[in-house]
Design a protein around this ligand. Structure first.
Ligand code: GLY
Length: 361
């Protein structure tokens, strides 16, 4: 049996997070399906081709009824119309409350399937089987589920914890290098905001080629960091969970403005991290040397460090309308040293404007 490292995540419900290499091949050894009446596998067309058949076979071997609901690939699938199609599918398959939804895929699949699970019959269990680095280190754990609405990301959703997360780093071997880099932006986020040790590991890395052992270590570290935060602020009420949004204020704004279209979430977050580092430097809390170190690391992983051609004014406007803005005041996560993010900071718009102008040049 391939063993996984189990991280306990205790929130409104317990959610063990298992990280390992080769877990998916013997899923039944890592999750107890016995209490469920049936299973619905939700995945996308590409992931289905790569891993869906194997997972379906494992689920079917339990002797329960198993059905498959496939989403198209890409962010556009993360919509209320997909959710409605999901409800129709569940209804037509007579899915009851004892059914388990298995979400096999990246963030789009996990967030959408999680939202279907959260709302169908007022909530049924779901298992997260993340297949991208970004989903393994971030989106699959913590219970944020939802879809985009009227062009706004994650506008409609809920906090609904999965029953378990099983992160198999063997699945990352088939990830295109670009996808891998985007996940690395979230890993860099954890390192700068919360974990200097992780930062040093990334700094020492000479190439983009990660072994299974290295990936296991990185995913485990990030999951542990996230679990620690989610446990103390499950529904983002006390402000502690905001640390996980490090780099995302400018990142989300970039995703919202048209000139950055075609770029990924990870690329937007990478530029967002640089923006925060520069803002922190202007405020006198981060040393110039650290800003240079951060830039060097992001560039090493072939992620962007600026966004030439984007309008700084459009970015400022997008920041003003971010859903995390409270009473018209953006709460920033800044950084005062590697591994030392600080939440709930206000920054004068003039300082933000100057940094954005630099980055957009
Ligand atoms: N990805 C940020 C969070 O889960 O809170």
């Amino acid at each position: 049996m391939k063993t996984g490292h189990i991280i306990k995540l205790e929130t409104s419900r317990q959610c063990p997070v298992t990280v390992g290499d080769g877990l998916i091949e013997h899923l039944e050894e890592h999750f107890d399906f016995s209490g469920y009446s049936s299973m619905v596998l939700i995945t996308d067309t590409i992931v289905h081709r790569l891993y869906g058949r194997g997972v379906l076979a494992t689920l079917k071997a339990t002797g329960k009824k198993v059905s498959l609901f496939t989403l198209p690939t890409g962010e556009r699938a993360k919509s209320l119309s997909t959710v409605e199609r999901g409800y129709k599918f569940l209804l037509s398959n007579n899915v009851d409350r004892k059914c388990l939804i298995c979400a096999l895929g990246g963030g789009v699949v996990g967030d959408t399937a999680g939202f279907i699970a959260a709302s169908y019959l007022r909530g049924i269990d779901y298992l997260q089987l993340p297949t991208t680095l970004l989903a393994q280190v971030d989106s699959s754990l913590g219970g944020k589920v939802g879809v985009n609405f009227k062009g706004k990301k994650n506008m409609v959703g809920s906090f609904y914890q999965p029953t378990a997360v099983i992160a198999d780093v063997a699945l990352l071997q088939s990830l295109p290098p670009a996808e891998m880099r985007h996940g690395l932006a979230e890993v860099i986020k954890y390192a700068i905001a919360m974990d200097e040790g992780l930062y040093r590991i990334l700094e020492r890395k000479e190439d983009n080629d990660f072994s299974a052992a290295e990936l296991k270590d990185i995913v485990r570290r990030c999951c542990r960091l996230k679990a620690g935060i989610v446990e103390i602020d499950e529904t983002e009420k006390t402000g502690q969970r905001a640390i996980l949004n490090f780099g995302h204020t400018v990142g989300h704004a970039l995703e919202a403005v048209s000139r950055f279209k075609g770029k990924s979430h990870g690329e937007a977050v990478a530029v967002g991290i640089i923006a925060v580092a520069k803002i922190s430097q202007r405020l006198g809390i981060l040393k110039a040397d650290d800003v240079e170190r951060i830039k060097k690391l992001i560039a090493k992983f072939e992620l962007p460090t600026s966004c030439p051609g984007v309008s700084p004014d459009a970015l400022i406007n997008a920041i003003r309308f971010d859903k995390k803005t409270t009473l018209g005041q953006t709460r920033w996560v800044l950084v005062k040293g590697i591994g030392k993010g600080i939440t709930d900071q206000t920054v004068a718009e003039e300082v933000v404007g100057k940094v954005l102008e630099e980055l957009c040049r």
